[in-house]
Design a protein around this ligand. Structure first.
Ligand SMILES: Cc1cc2nc3c(=O)[nH]c(=O)nc-3n(C[C@H](O)[C@H](O)[C@H](O)COP(=O)(O)OP(=O)(O)OC[C@H]3O[C@@H](n4cnc5c(N)ncnc54)[C@H](O)[C@@H]3O)c2cc1C
Ligand code: SF4
Length: 326
């Protein structure tokens, strides 16, 4: 059985206290929320903080509510509680994901790779890799970067919705769009400073948009996405009859080190009523730049093929929902 290394566990009661504790311990400290990602990583020595600072005792990080028509969600709200929240159930169906763990932990999830998510002994036997303790990338040996994959279900949804993240650190508070919170780099996958806490997530007011999330995975139950497709469309009634898409975003998870927006796919939908032709054009546009690497589950060429299928299915669901709502 893999054991946790010994570490100091701190339980701040306010956000300011949490940030100051982290600043005091420096790079040897890490925040934890539900711990469903961090603790397994510590057992396999992927991450080795000597001090772990729990955010779960900070009341302001566990609030959920609507202000000025925007919905704000605290990062320590569990995904199950989010799924049970009446406003989110009604207006933000794409955010509903029933599993353990918190929203903040999911949005800051470590990137994953078949050569990294292994025990310490397994990784030692291959002389480790660039992401932790080694020098080479086994997926792309001539590459100067790590290609570990963004495997969060909620991150592509937040980018597609155009959510804002509130970050609080020693220098104060700042707000960044979800799309700018992620880097396409398997090691430095977040743009936030290590001391910064993701303190809140702000969802836009539900004014004429709709969104869905479709996920390819091996097991039907709780399992990391091999491919995630978040599709968001904003509708407007045109001069003639019927509604048109005025803006759309397609964001893929599980194919890069960040949630990858495909602007060409969104552009293919603007001005259409999600006709079969528009959906096929968007699915094709998403298929071309999707370049999954050979470091997660399933054959990579099949995963690439599935991009087209899953984007088309997600858009067909959006169209069906829109028609049913009329
Ligand atoms: C068997 C298994 C299956 C899983 N399946 C899925 C799945 O299908 N989809 C999926 O998306 N995930 C999955 N996960 C990953 C994980 O359980 C979830 O993403 C979960 O939501 C992470 O939340 P947490 O609170 O447990 O994170 P933690 O482990 O507490 O934290 C994860 C990371 O985020 C950082 N962090 C946490 N909160 C904050 C904050 N507020 N500010 C700054 N940094 C923060 C931590 O320092 C850590 O680096 C799975 C995990 C396991 C073990
Ligand atoms: S992509 Fe390369 S460097 Fe990154 S975790 Fe995998 S093998 Fe290691």
């Amino acid at each position: 059985m893999l054991r946790l290394p010994s570490f100091t566990y701190r339980q701040p009661r306010t956000l300011a206290e949490a940030v100051s504790m982290k600043a005091d311990v420096g790079p040897d400290g890490m925040y934890v929320a539900g711990g469903t990602d961090l603790y397994p990583n510590m057992k396999r020595r992927h991450q080795e903080p000597r001090t772990v600072i729990s955010l779960m005792g900070v009341p302001e990080l566990a609030e959920c509510g609507v202000r000025n028509a925007e919905c704000g969600i605290g990062p320590c709200v569990t995904l199950t509680a989010i799924a049970d929240h009446p406003t989110i159930r009604r207006d933000y169906a794409a955010v509903l994901l029933r599993n353990m763990g918190t929203l903040g932990g999911n949005l800051c999830l470590d990137t994953r790779c078949n050569y990294y998510n292994q025990s310490y002994e397994w990784r030692k036997a291959i002389d480790f890799c660039m992401k932790k303790d080694g020098h080479i990338c086994w997926v792309a040996p001539s590459s100067p970067r790590c290609w570990a994959v963004s495997s969060s279900d909620v991150a592509p949804v937040m980018v597609a919705l155009g959510a804002d993240y509130v970050l609080v650190g020693p220098g104060g508070e700042r707000v960044v769009p979800a799309a700018r919170f992620y880097h396409n780099d398997g090691i430095n996958y977040l743009t936030k400073q290590p001391d910064e806490v993701l303190a809140a997530v702000r969802l836009p007011a539900p004014d004429g948009w709709d969104a869905v999330y479709h996920k390819l995975r091996r097991r039907g139950s709780f399992d990391f996405p091999v491919l995630g497709v978040a599709a968001w469309t904003k509708w407007e009634r045109g001069a003639g009859s019927g509604e048109r898409v005025v803006e759309a975003r397609i964001v893929l998870g599980g194919v890069a080190s960040w949630p990858q927006e495909i602007p060409e796919a969104g552009a293919a939908l603007a001005g259409t009523d999600l006709s079969d032709e528009a959906i096929a054009a968007a699915a094709d546009a998403a298929y071309r730049p999707a370049k999954p690497m050979d470091n997660t589950d399933f054959d990579l060429s099949w995963r690439k093929q599935m991009t087209r299928v899953y984007v088309a299915r997600a858009l067909a669901e959006l169209r069906q929902r829109r028609r049913a709502a009329k």
